[in-house]
Design a protein around this ligand. Structure first.
Ligand SMILES: [Zn+2]
Length: 658
């Protein structure tokens, strides 16, 4: 959905993080929090996963919503919704629809316009005078009135809208608020076609889903917009907005000449801003088509500005609404656009699978950065969305009201890691196949997993269990050693997972910086809590960096040098003193591999011994000696220290500054 403005927005807006100023980000977060507060008021409205499976067993399938809305630009409006449905079960004579806080004036059974009896709770129960049977197609017309509902329909006067804008009316329906502005079967898995006639005062512009069939001027100083879509649409993606908008279009032209139009509706004072930032919509469509290998799947695109708005944006099908204050946010714009593949073309079956909408849309923000800036753009965006310490819920089946950052940020990280696991070519093949397989329908997490497994060629049980169904993130403690063995260097790396909870199985890239050969990358398949791997190099690597390219959802890695690591035995080794330069004290560490007479001495630049620091037989172990220059009366300058232990000898330089 939406990016809740708040939360959502945040989410959506999360999208905003890269491009926004801190105050904008705060706004997003504030909005998200408001969304949480709101959800606290209506928890009973939101089913949890236990209910989703029951909801899927519905007796009717909605085929079409045909709305006729008379919008006088006030808190109230009247409407009629002609709903055509197919009966899916024999011998029913009563159906239930969602219709909250609205007045139902009549329910007529077409084509005879037979009045039907109905009763109300938050549901609308309609009784038929005869049995209906499977495959029957039925059309009913429900006349209703909406008046200041708590959710779903929002009206603001010109003063409330502010900033020189006129009065504003709009709908905002995800997840379960369409039922506040139209009677419907309000579940994401039931898609239908839609027509909407919306009559507004002259001077008001009213965008909605689909294409504009006609715009009719009426004798009573009103005009009627007639919108229609033949593409399947679910209730939470249906919308209208109405204000004294200015419209301008942008066009994406494919290489073959085909064109996708974007209809934009903003207030006059926002035109320069919107025309500037919305010029990116065309290249964004191109980027999405290119990456997903699926053409933009609807008859048009559209964007309408709203304010006040509790979210950052909402991807209503072919008519996203964007918070007026965020019209310049590339993250927001590309996020809502991306939903037209992920969320609108393929819709989450239930809100337990919301991450299939939001994770993909959020990851598309990263893809846009990658498109613009290359890998560094992708890397920086993903790092900006990495918040493992805040992600306590599973990505799958989020608690109501569903729009938590696990679904957005961690959802994007799930896809990022799937890409890492599979490689670019296979990952985008999975994305394309998943999109084509569930095009214009709904999908759930298991179905995405099945598509991915079929192409990956192996089980992804571990991957989905740890990243989607499970919680937490790995904390890697990495120690390593470099030990010379003949002409080679034995490099030992131990990777321990120190987090509580589950053990993660993940490929981990190790970057060794070599003096002459640049970077050597080793990919280690971490499968347990404690992994030891050994490599043989021709030269001694200077440094090790773990997961330098940031492909793994993890806490920061702790990394240290441990010379005893590779064998469990001690090795001969002389470390650089620290601090260096020093005055007057410094510390020298060294390691003795087997029992031997040990001498550690200090020499001046001319090679004259100026101090004996150690002179005795030592057993294997790590030792440390502190040098106090004052004790030996040393002047400023360069000195050397040499460790001799049996046949081992090594010399290092230190600098005394006074
Ligand atoms: Zn979204």
């Amino acid at each position: 959905m939406k990016v809740l403005t708040l939360f959502f927005s945040a989410i959506l807006c999360a999208t905003l993080l890269n491009a926004q100023t801190p105050s904008e980000i705060d706004e997003v977060r504030t909005k998200e929090m408001n969304a949480f507060n709101r959800s606290a008021k209506v928890p009973s409205l939101y089913p949890t996963a236990q209910w989703f499976s029951r909801l899927l067993m519905r007796p009717i399938d909605i085929l079409k919503y045909d709305l006729d809305i008379n919008l006088p630009m006030s808190n109230s409006f009247t409407g009629r919704n002609r709903i055509t449905f197919r009966v899916q079960r024999d011998s029913i004579n009563r159906i239930a629809l969602n219709a909250n806080q609205m007045t139902i004036q009549s329910v007529l059974w077409e084509p005879q316009n037979t009045p039907l009896t109905f009763s109300r709770t938050d549901s609308l129960y309609i009784t038929f005078p005869q049995w209906l049977y499977a495959e029957d197609t039925v059309t009913i017309a429900i006349a209703y009135q909406v008046s200041s509902p708590s959710y779903g329909y929002y009206f603001y006067t010109s003063a409330q809208t502010g900033g020189g804008a006129g009065a504003l009316a709009y709908t905002m329906s995800e997840p379960y608020d369409a039922r506040y502005w139209m009677p419907c079967f309000d579940e994401p898995y039931d898609k239908a076609t839609m027509e909407m006639k919306i009559t507004v005062p002259q001077g008001i512009v009213a965008p909605s889903n689909g294409v504009l069939v006609s715009l009719t001027n009426n004798p009573n100083n009103t005009r009627t917009y007639h919108w229609k879509t033949d593409y399947p649409i679910t209730t939470y993606l249906m919308c209208f907005a109405a204000s004294n908008y200015q419209q301008f279009n942008t066009y994406y032209v494919r290489p073959n000449g085909d064109t996708v139009v974007t209809e934009n509706y903003v207030w006059a004072s926002d035109l320069p801003t919107a025309q500037n930032s919305f010029s990116l919509v065309a290249p964004m469509i191109g980027m999405c088509e290119n990456r997903f290998q699926i053409l933009y799947p609807f008859e048009k695109y559209g964007q309408a500005a709203v304010r006040p708005f509790a979210y950052g944006g909402m991807e209503h099908q072919t008519m996203s609404i964007l918070h007026r204050n965020s019209l310049s946010s590339q993250n927001l714009i590309v996020h809502e656009l991306a939903h037209h593949w992920w969320g609108n073309m393929v819709t989450c079956e239930t809100f337990a699978d919301l991450w299939l909408n939001e994770g993909f849309a959020t990851y598309t923000e990263a893809l846009w950065r990658e498109h613009q800036q290359g890998f560094s753009g992708l890397y920086n965006y993903m790092q900006s969305r990495l918040r493992p310490s805040q992600w306590s819920n599973p990505v799958y089946n989020p608690p109501p009201p569903y729009f938590i950052d696990e679904v957005y940020g961690k959802g994007a990280w799930v896809l990022h890691q799937l890409r890492y696991l599979c490689g670019d070519s296979l990952f985008f093949q999975i994305v394309k196949t998943y999109g084509e397989q569930y095009k214009y329908g709904v999908a759930n997490t298991a179905q995405l997993k099945a598509v991915a497994e079929s192409l990956y060629g192996a089980s992804l049980d571990d991957f989905f269990q740890q990243w989607v169904y499970g919680t937490g993130a790995p904390r890697f403690n990495v120690t390593w050693s470099r030990a010379q063995e003949g002409s080679q260097w034995r490099i030992s790396v131990r990777v321990q997972q120190t987090q509580a909870g589950q053990t993660f199985k993940v490929p981990l890239e190790l970057f060794f910086q070599l003096p002459s050969a640049g970077t050597r990358i080793e990919r280690v398949n971490i499968q347990s809590r404690d992994t030891l791997v050994v490599f043989y190099f021709n030269e001694r690597p200077n440094t090790l960096e773990v997961d330098k390219n940031g492909w793994v959802l993890r806490f920061p890695v702790t990394l240290s040098d441990n010379p005893r690591l590779s064998t469990g035995r001690y090795e001969f080794r002389l470390s650089q003193n620290y601090p260096n330069p020093f005055n007057p004290t410094t510390t020298i560490n060294y390691e003795i591999g087997r029992t031997a007479p040990v001498e550690l001495s200090l020499y001046d630049a001319l090679g004259r011994k100026v101090a004996t620091l150690v002179n005795q037989v030592k057993s294997p172990g790590v030792y440390s000696v502190q040098v106090n220059a004052a004790q030996y009366g040393l002047a400023s300058g360069v000195y050397f220290y040499r460790l001799k232990a049996g046949e081992f000898s090594e010399t290092k330089k230190l600098v005394l500054t006074k």
